[in-house]
Design a protein around this ligand. Sequence first.
Ligand SMILES: Nc1ncnc2c1ncn2[C@@H]1O[C@H](COP(=O)(O)OP(=O)(O)OP(=O)(O)O)[C@@H](O)[C@H]1O
Ligand SMILES: CC(C)(CO)[C@@H](O)C(=O)NCCC(=O)O
Ligand SMILES: [K+]
Length: 259
Amino acid sequence: MLMAVDCGNTNTVFSIWNGAEFIATWRCSTDHKRTADEYYVWLTTLMTLHKMDVHISEVIISSTVPRVVFNLRVLTDRYFSCRPLVVGKPDCALPVAPRVDMGTTVGSDRLVNTVSGFDRHGGDLILVDFGTATTFDVVDQDGAYIGGVIAPGVNLSLAALSSATAALPHVDVTHPAQTIGKNTVACMQSGVYWGYIGLVEGICRQIRAEHIRPMKVIATGGLAPLFQQGTEIFDAIEDDLTMHGLVLINELNKDRDTA
Ligand SMILES: Nc1ncnc2c1ncn2[C@@H]1O[C@H](COP(=O)(O)OP(=O)(O)OP(=O)(O)O)[C@@H](O)[C@H]1O
Ligand SMILES: CC(C)(CO)[C@@H](O)C(=O)NCCC(=O)O
Ligand SMILES: [K+]
């Protein structure tokens, strides 16, 4: 079985696959201090809890936090007796090379999303990912990542707003019924919700104006369904975009090994 690990700046998601068959997914907070033994105890506890008979023989990792990869490598080596494939490393092939400035490192989550989006929707895409950062990945006709946009994430903006002010509390993002807030919390929620709707619509409009062919917009990330309620801009929402991409990249590299 394959264990695919998507390590973001806030959360790390583990998902287990038997070929193309999805088995399970588990999430923990990202912490570079978490050791291989800690991961293993946590993983086996969940497997036992769900009465699962899981035998991991392959591991693929995408990490936006370089320091975390060390302990994930130790986990893979010590407990699953294999070498992980790490997206972004030279020995991990991608279907199409990114076309960006020389020397630029593209976040591995964005590379993985690109592979996944192209597989499901073809080329000429804008992938919007609502994670720690809100990213826009632009996918060309041939499936190449050709750049994009990085904006502060929704929860990060709310945290900045409350931490930089004396009178503003911590609030969660919601879809406010009205734009005009009648209290502090409602005002803040309106600012963030409608602010991000404007940001997403505006950036997609400008990207489309810079691209020569029509483009689809695909959204992913935990907050995508919430934002879909306030805009018509998304052609589709996919909660498993990154995981699907990891499975595809793993298959591609297996075929390459046996070729
Ligand atoms: N069903 C949901 N409803 C509301 N919020 C959600 C839901 N699922 C996830 N979230 C929240 O959405 C946010 C984004 O989640 P997501 O997993 O896409 O990214 P993340 O883990 O925060 O970021 P990163 O991938 O950069 O670590 C998180 O703060 C999470 O708590
Ligand atoms: C932008 C984030 C933080 C989004 O997770 C990640 O993709 C990243 O660290 N990227 C590196 C820079 C880039 O993608 O251009
Ligand atoms: K940083």
